[in-house]
Design a protein around this ligand. Structure first.
Ligand SMILES: [Zn+2]
Ligand SMILES: [Zn+2]
Ligand SMILES: [Zn+2]
Length: 256
């Protein structure tokens, strides 16, 4: 299984429009972060987790030509705003795009993209087909088993996903004990860490490190970083030896 970080930034991306802090002005490509998404390549399938506003550019930049399914973590715009851009895949391969989301997220997508779901269909609208995620039901996708993990983003439930020894959790503030059981024994963990100052719906760096200490994966990667987190090189230098600050374009291989 190969995982590519297509985007590792928080909702505004980094650099932030109009900001001249040292992170936003940094010339290190690792300080340039598109909105959060990963591509999981396994068994010849390309599975995308989240399609935010940078989806189109992420596909072009990573030279991804086809997507087999999209898993949606939650309905915030930084995770869904790019869904209209699945059209080239609909057209080129003459196929509908399977979208895995909870019932709640499906309703939010129907509001956000009303024109996709309103009959009579305008010719050329994206073709999305919903598949329902239930938090305690394993997703079977073409012989692949994906375990949904519910985390709390303040008051909002967000889906994380386990693919074998790999777990991806973004927009996390807290995790209930029964969901923590699903993460047990994970080898590679991705966890969101926004900044240093407390936030009502995101883990700080310090909180994320404490959670990693509790989960004890072999390796952890941090994502969903704000410009307020600091320069990539400086933050990386302060992390424990098995924790890495993810950056756009990073690829990791996980034996499956
Ligand atoms: Zn987010
Ligand atoms: Zn800035
Ligand atoms: Zn969010």
């Amino acid at each position: 299984m190969e995982v590519t970080f297509l985007g590792t930034g928080t909702s505004q991306g980094v650099p932030v429009i109009g900001c001249d802090c040292e992170v936003c002005l940094s010339t290190n490509p690792k300080d340039h972060r598109l909105r959060c998404a990963i591509l999981v390549q396994i068994n010849g399938q390309n599975i995308l987790v989240d399609a935010g506003p940078d989806f189109r550019y992420q596909m072009l930049r990573a030279q991804v030509k086809d997507i087999d399914a999209i898993l949606i973590t939650h309905e915030h715009r930084d995770h869904i705003a790019g869904l209209d851009d699945v059209r080239p895949i609909n057209f080129r391969y003459e196929k509908d795009m399977p979208i895995y989301a909870t019932k709640h997220v499906q309703k939010e997508l129907e509001k956000a993209f009303y024109y996709i779901f309103t009959k009579p269909f305008y010719p050329g609208v994206p073709r999305l087909v919903f598949h329902t995620i239930e938090k305690d039901k394993i997703i079977n996708f073409d012989g692949l088993q994906i375990t949904p993990i519910e985390v709390m983003h303040g008051q909002l439930p967000v889906m994380g996903f386990r693919f074998g020894d790999f777990v991806y959790l973004t927009d996390v503030k807290t995790i209930a004990p029964e969901e923590m059981k699903k993460i047990k024994g994970v080898k590679v963990l991705v966890l969101s860490a926004l900044r240093h100052k407390p936030h009502h719906s995101h883990l700080t760096l310090e909180e994320a490190l404490a959670l990693i200490d509790q989960i004890k994966p072999e390796i952890a990667y941090l994502t969903h970083a704000s410009h307020l987190l600091g320069l990539h090189e400086e933050i990386q230098a302060q992390l424990p030896p098995n924790v890495f600050l993810a950056y756009d374009g990073l690829k990791i291989d996980i034996p499956s």
